[in-house]
Design a protein around this ligand. Structure first.
Ligand SMILES: NC(=O)c1ccc[n+]([C@@H]2O[C@H](COP(=O)([O-])OP(=O)(O)OC[C@H]3O[C@@H](n4cnc5c(N)ncnc54)[C@H](OP(=O)(O)O)[C@@H]3O)[C@@H](O)[C@H]2O)c1
Length: 267
């Protein structure tokens, strides 16, 4: 079967981190476009609510509650998804979280959890899905990164590093897959108005994430992901203007060095 992305009707998308924010908005949008969606995250009640909402609007959705930091759970999710919905045509690796503050103050268990979900889970799911999609002759993997992957900035040391890893992995795999019917894209949003900020903000340590007021709605990102499914590309920025971000570090990194202490300080 060749992967035909002109029509999404009846194709299967697996969206991780679908219990809120970008993942939920993406699942709604893909279902609206006719895709069957498998919703994955830890909060079963949220996933069930979303599945019911999508079904009520005539779509097809199945919730699978799982903690994706666990390797066995990841394998279970893929097996269950294939069993209930069929082979996955589009994998959206979106589950993840951030943490804002001095990197030296981040507890190691929290750091490990971030590495496990932002990096290990996304990498593992990508590798399995890529092999299956190649064997079936088509598919598309979209890895949700962040502009933070291009900005090794104070306050988001580990978060930015996990996203840099995802950028590099996705770009290299995209290059390996060129000319085949399997697509790999990396999506790089700026600030998005989701629960991400409640979790990442660190007021106890005196730190607040700057720039939240410029955040866009998750629905905008969901629509961009649906557009990416229709027209696969190596990388997409949301908003599109953020395409300039990769130039900031090489051109102005020295200014950010100078401003470092002012940009991250206790209030
Ligand atoms: N918001 C932003 O400004 C922004 C900007 C750039 C990139 N991003 C990226 O966008 C992605 C989605 O973030 P968001 O903004 O939509 O935040 P969000 O609303 O907090 O959503 C995060 C999702 O990840 C899931 N998740 C977290 N840990 C998990 C685990 N161990 N197992 C399974 N699912 C897990 C959460 O579900 P459960 O808690 O139910 O498990 C939730 O559905 C993240 O990768 C984030 O880095 C966000």
């Amino acid at each position: 079967m060749r992967y035909d992305n002109t029509s999404l009707m009846g194709k299967v998308a697996l969206v991780t981190g679908a219990s809120s924010g970008i993942g939920a908005a993406t699942a709604r949008e893909l279902a609206r476009q006719g895709m069957s969606v498998v919703l994955v995250a830890r909060r079963a009640d949220r996933l069930e609510q979303l599945a019911t909402e999508i079904q009520r609007e005539g779509g097809r959705a199945w919730p699978i509650a799982a903690d994706l930091t666990d390797e066995g759970e990841r394998l279970r999710v893929l097996a269950e998804a294939a069993g209930i919905a069929g082979p996955v045509d589009v994998l959206v690796n979106n589950a993840g979280f951030g943490w804002y503050g001095f990197g030296s103050e981040m507890s190691w268990p929290l750091a490990m959890r971030m590495i496990q979900i932002n990096l290990v889970a996304a990498t593992h799911l990508t590798m399995i899905a890529l092999r299956e999609m190649k064997a079936r002759g088509g598919g598309h993997i979209i890895n949700v990164s962040s502009v933070a992957g291009n900005l090794p900035e104070q306050g988001i040391a580990l978060y930015g590093a996990t996203k840099s890893f995802i950028d590099s992995l996705s770009t290299a795999l995209y290059r390996e897959s060129r000319g085949t019917p399997v697509h790999i894209s990396v999506l790089k949003p700026g600030h998005v108005r989701t629960e991400f900020f409640e979790l990442a903000d660190n007021p106890a340590a005196g730190h607040h994430i700057p720039g939240q007021r410029f955040a866009i709605r998750p629905e905008v990102v969901g629509r961009r992901i649906a557009a990416l499914v229709r027209r696969p590309r190596r990388v997409a920025y949301v908003p599109a203007l953020l395409v300039i971000v990769p130039w900031i570090e090489p051109l102005f990194g020295w200014i950010i060095d100078l401003m470092g202490p002012a940009l991250l300080r206790r209030r």
